[in-house]
Design a protein around this ligand. Sequence first.
Ligand code: 5AD
Length: 359
Amino acid sequence: MSEKNCIQIINKLVTCHDATRDELVFLLEHREQIDDNLLRFFFTSAQKTASLYYGNKIYLRGLIEISSFCKNDCYYCGLRRSNKSALRYRLSEEEILDCVTQGSKIGLHTFVLQGGEDNYWNVEHLVPIINKIKKITPTSAVTLSLGEMSSGSYRLLFEAGADRYLLRHEAISEELYAKLHPTEMKLQTRLEALNNLKKIGFQVGSGFMTGRPFETAENVADDLIFLKNFAPHMVGLGPFIPQADTPFSDKICGTSDNTIFLLAIIRLLLPNVLLPATTALATIDESGYEKAILAGANVIMPNLTPQGARCAYRIYDGKANACDTASQIGEIKEKLAKIGYAISLDRGDAKRIGDITND
Ligand code: 5AD
């Protein structure tokens, strides 16, 4: 009976790129009972959907973790302000530009400046850096992932040349959001920020962690429906991984199987979305990148952060302390070749129907 329903729901996702909340809840609740053949069909369909838009190419984004200071206190994150054992650093402008120069020499065409919500990295300090990155590499996209700011600030960053902004919504249920964040953090503020980013013209990324403490299947279904309706250009989905110095240190880690399942659902709900195989997934599963791509992911984000700073950027524990950029890209190329994929060094904007090519 449940098997039959899962077949119907998966078929609907594959053919109509849609599902109701009840159908998603049902599918999520029966994930572990789905037989191997159906699961294979589901993942292959998601992968084929991605390749309709992106062929066998995986976009690369150079990630630069610019600051480990954070004024927020999210219960799950190792950068939370109450974590007194966290090592704090802030890259200098010179260090950031150096990462960009190195990355563009290798051919990267997207640079993601990510960090905690650090008061230092306000518009005044970010605008000159965005200008300088655009001078070094005018054809590259600049992505920011620096948390909530006023609409006015976002506008100035966009006008300075920033192209994309990543801000996960984290949880669309007020109740779950409140279990993951202190009361001073409001879901409403997060959603307003996302709407502002879109209105201003950014390509926007949102998303959530899989296997969050306290989540229910209904919560996850609501997050999926929110993403379907908000239709961001990018969706970040990675497993929750406990960090020892946070209130969630004893909570259960998200799983690779569940993350891959959710990636496939997202790919089918939002066929042309940019969908990273996240570092968090690769942290808990050494075949994480390959499995994610075979379930519809199409982006990987090598880490360009200088070695010295990397271990201090401890959002979660066990994060692979990746090697230098060139070797990381070499390893990614090898992994991809084994599954019939190759990297693309394009800027990697989201494709629309009219852009579909056969190359
Ligand atoms: N495990 C996995 N992902 C985490 N993030 C924060 N803390 C953790 C954790 N412990 C994610 C959040 C945030 C993104 C930058 O990292 O979803 O939006």
